[in-house]
Design a protein around this ligand. Structure first.
Ligand code: SDX
Length: 433
C-alpha cells in the first residue's frame, strides 16, 4: 500500500504560552485529520478520545463511509451497485487487490478459494470437545483460533505468499466452519463442501442438506445469501476490524487475529445486534406493543435500547439496511412466508423514524435491523446470525489486516491513557492496615 494522504494545512495548538503547529492531513474523500503523532513529543500532552469518536487510527483505501449521506463505498464502488451487480467472491478480490477482477483473474481466484474449502480432518475433533448447546460463536471463535496450530507456514506475516495463503484459506474455510458449528449444534452429520457449487450455494448446501435426501435451493435464495455476504463484508474501522488491526500490529498470526475479530464482533452492541434485534422483535410480537418498547428505549432509567437502531457513523440511513429490507421482502415472497415479524419491523421503523427522540438523536435502522428477519426466513436460528456476519466480515478483516502489513508507516498499536488512580505511595505492612 502506498501512503496517499497529503498535508493541506496546519492546525495551531496553544498550551499556555506555547504554540504547536500540527499538520492537517487529507485523503481522497471525507474529513481531514490533524496529525497528532508529534504532539506528545513536543508538548508533553496526549489527546483524549475514549471510544475513538474523533480519532483516525490509520490511513486506508478499502472502504469509505459518509454517515451524513448514507454512503458506503468499497474501493470507490457504491454498496448498492456491488450488492446488485457483483458477487461476494468478486467483492473479496476487489477488497484485497483494489480493482475488480477480469475474467481470468476471477476464474483463478474462485478456483483458489474453492480448493481450500475443506478442513483438516483433525479440526473435526475440536467440535466434539464442545457441548452440543455451546453458542456457535464460541465454537467458531475457538476453531478459527486453533487453525493457527494447523497452518504454521501462513504465520510468517512478512512473506507475501504466506499472507496470500492465509487469506485464501480463511475466506475458503469460514463457510465450512460456520456450517460445521450449525450442524454440530443441531446434532446432524457434517456435510462436506461440494466444489461444483458457488460460494453461497455451497454454504447453504453444507448447512441445510442431509445425507438422506437431495438438496435443492432456488436461485433467489442463493442470490439473497450472496447479497447478505456482500452487505456484511467490510465497514472501515469498526470495533472488530480495529481489533484485528491491533492484534495484527504485533505480528500475531492471521488466524489468531481473525479469532480476536470474531470475539469482538460477538458483542450485542456490534455484530451480536442482529441476534438481539430479532429476539427483541419476537418479544414485541405484535404491532400494538411497539409504543411500549419505544417508550422504554427513550427512558434513561431503562437500559433497553432498540437493537438494530443507531450507528456511530451513519446519522442518516444505513444503505445496507435499505438493501436488506428489499432482500427480506423477496425472500419472504419466494418462500411464501407470511412473517408477522417483518410487519412488526416495518411498523417499528416507521414509528421510530417519526419520533422526535430518534430524529433528534439521528437513530436509524442499521445493517442488523433487517438481517435477522432474512436469515430467520432462510432457516437459520438466531444463534447463527452473528456467525454469518463473521463469515462475511472475514473478507474485510483480512483485507484490512493485509493492508496494515503493507503500510510503510505501520507500527505496533499502543494507545496511552489519562491516569486517575492513586498517586505514588509506600507499601504499608499488614500490621499497620
Ligand atoms: C454494527 O461501527 C460499525 O461500522 C459497526 C457495523 C459494522 O458493519 O461493522 O455497522 C455493525 O455494529 C451496527 C450497530 C449494531 N448495534 C446495535 O444495533 C445496538 C443498538 N445500537 C446502539 O447501542 C448504538 O446506537 C451503537 C452502539 C450502535 C452506537 O453507539 P454510539 O455511537 O456510542 O452512540 P451512543 O451510545 O453514544 O448513543 C447516542 C445517544 C445516546 O443517548 P444520550 O446519551 O445522548 O441521551 O443515542 C441513544 C443513546 O442512549 N441511543 C439509543 C440507541 N442507540 C443510541 N437509544 C435507543 N435505542 C438505540 N438503539
Amino acid at each position: 500500500m502506498e501512503n496517499k494522504i497529503t498535508q493541506t494545512g496546519t492546525a495551531k495548538v496553544t498550551i499556555g504560552d506555547q504554540s504547536y503547529d500540527l499538520p492537517i492531513m487529507k485523503g481522497s474523500m471525507g474529513a481531514p485529520g490533524i496529525d497528532v503523532r508529534a504532539l506528545h513529543k513536543h508538548s508533553g500532552h496526549f489527546t483524549f478520545d475514549p471510544g475513538y469518536t474523533s480519532t483516525c487510527s490509520t490511513e486506508s483505501q478499502i472502504t469509505f463511509i459518509d454517515g451524513q449521506k448514507g454512503q458506503l463505498l468499497h474501493r470507490g464502488y457504491p454498496i448498492e451497485q456491488l450488492a446488485d451487480k457483483s458477487t461476494f467472491l468478486e467483492v473479496a478480490y476487489l477488497m484485497i487487490h483494489g480493482e475488480l477482477p477480469n475474467a481470468a483473474q476471477n476464474t483463478k481466484f474462485t478456483r483458489t478459494i474453492t480448493e481450500h474449502t475443506m478442513l483438516h480432518d483433525q479440526v473435526e475433533q475440536f467440535f466434539h470437545g464442545f457441548r452440543r448447546d455451546s453458542h456457535p460463536m464460541a465454537m467458531m471463535c475457538g476453531t478459527v483460533g486453533a487453525l493457527s496450530g494447523f497452518y504454521h507456514d501462513d504465520t510468517h506475516t512478512t512473506v507475501n505468499e504466506a499472507r496470500d495463503m492465509a487469506m485464501h484459506r480463511l475466506i475458503a474455510k469460514m463457510p465450512t466452519i460456520a456450517a460445521r458449528c450449525y450442524k454440530y449444534s443441531i446434532g446432524q452429520p457434517h456435510v462436506y463442501p461440494n466444489n461444483e457449487l458457488s460460494y453461497a450455494e455451497n454454504f447453504l448446501h453444507m448447512c441445510f442438506s442431509v445425507p438422506a435426501e437431495k438438496y435443492k435451493v432456488s436461485k433467489t435464495i442463493v442470490d439473497a445469501m450472496d447479497k447478505i455476504f456482500i452487505l456484511h463484508a467490510d465497514h472501515e474501522q469498526n470495533a472488530s476490524t480495529s481489533t484485528v488491526r491491533l492484534a495484527g500490529s504485533s505480528g500475531a498470526n492471521p488466524y489468531a487475529c481473525i479469532a480476536a475479530g470474531i470475539a469482538c464482533l460477538w458483542g450485542p452492541s456490534h455484530g451480536g445486534a442482529n441476534e438481539a434485534c430479532l429476539n427483541m422483535l419476537r418479544e414485541i410480537g405484535t404491532v400494538d406493543r411497539i409504543p411500549e418498547y419505544i417508550a422504554r428505549a427513550k427512558d434513561k432509567q431503562d437500559p433497553f435500547r432498540l437493537m438494530g437502531f443507531g450507528h456511530r457513523v451513519y446519522k442518516n440511513f444505513d444503505p445496507r439496511s435499505r438493501v436488506l429490507q428489499k432482500v427480506a421482502h423477496n425472500v419472504l415472497e419466494e418462500l411464501d412466508l407470511d412473517n408477522p415479524i417483518l410487519e412488526v419491523a416495518k411498523e417499528l421503523e416507521k414509528i421510530a423514524l417519526e419520533d422526535e427522540y430518534f430524529i433528534s438523536k439521528k437513530l436509524y435502522p442499521n445493517v442488523d435491523f433487517y438481517s435477522g428477519i432474512v436469515l430467520s426466513a432462510l432457516g437459520f436460528p438466531t444463534s447463527m446470525f452473528t456467525v454469518l456476519f463473521a463469515l462475511a466480515r472475514t473478507v474485510g478483516w483480512i483485507s484490512q489486516w493485509n493492508e496494515m502489513l503493507e503500510d510503510p508507516s505501520q507500527r505496533i498499536g499502543r494507545p496511552r491513557q489519562l491516569y486517575s488512580g492513586a498517586v505514588a505511595r509506600d507499601y504499608m505492612d499488614l500490621s499497620k492496615r
